[in-house]
Design a protein around this ligand. Structure first.
Ligand SMILES: CC(C)(COP(=O)(O)OP(=O)(O)OC[C@H]1O[C@@H](n2cnc3c(N)ncnc32)[C@H](O)[C@@H]1OP(=O)(O)O)[C@@H](O)C(=O)NCCC(=O)NCCS
Length: 161
């Protein structure tokens, strides 16, 4: 498994994963995100297949925000989601970001389990957060400074640090 920055040629595969993963599918968001935050758009690749992606950006001096995370259905439950989270955390940590924030649907228990296992804490519940009226849970994780706390490294991460 290789983790690298998103490139234009990945767009169709990323959109396919995104379309399968999310009901509120919006391709323009991804193009805009790439234009504004190319460094925080990371894909997982196995052979010639894009198996997942994570998008994160620095939302303030202290905070990194994970905007989107998804793994292709047939590659789920193999640790790719966890590895992508480690990669984006490392990306933030290397930029002296102090904590990471994300939002998750209240019904998305498998994603919540993954985030909790990775050390994210439920911070508050946001009623009607999503466009279809579903509530969201806001989660955060403190990032230890680089060198003090090393997560297990994802393969080939050094290529995009
Ligand atoms: C949430 C999501 C990104 C997780 O990706 P993933 O690659 O399946 O995540 P992981 O494999 O790291 O972990 C998921 C589960 O697989 C298990 N797992 C990991 N490696 C495994 C292995 N080798 N064998 C068996 N199970 C394994 C984990 O223990 C975890 O189990 P749990 O759900 O019972 O806690 C993915 O399910 C997804 O894309 N969902 C749709 C989009 C979405 O909800 N995104 C998050 C929005 S906030």
């Amino acid at each position: 498994m290789l983790f690298r920055r998103f490139e234009g040629r990945d767009f169709a595969e990323v959109l396919q994963i995104e379309m399968e993963a999310f009901e509120d599918h919006d391709p323009y968001t991804y193009m805009n995100f790439y234009e504004m935050n190319p460094e925080g758009f990371i894909v997982a690749e196995s052979g010639k297949t894009i198996t997942g992606f994570v998008m994160g950006y620095r939302s303030s001096e202290q905070e990194g925000r994970i905007f989107s995370l998804a793994v292709k259905k047939e590659f789920q439950r193999k640790g790719i989601g966890q590895a992508l989270l480690k990669v984006i955390q490392r990306h933030f940590r290397n930029r002296n970001v102090k904590y990471v924030r994300l939002e998750v649907r209240a019904s998305n228990k498998s994603a919540q389990r993954l985030y909790n296992r990775m050390g994210f804490i439920d911070c508050w519940y946001e009623p009607g957060y999503y466009i279809d009226g579903e509530s969201g849970i806001i989660m955060k994780k403190y990032l230890y400074p680089a060198g003090l706390h090393e997560d297990l490294m994802a393969d080939d991460w050094s290529a995009i640090s």
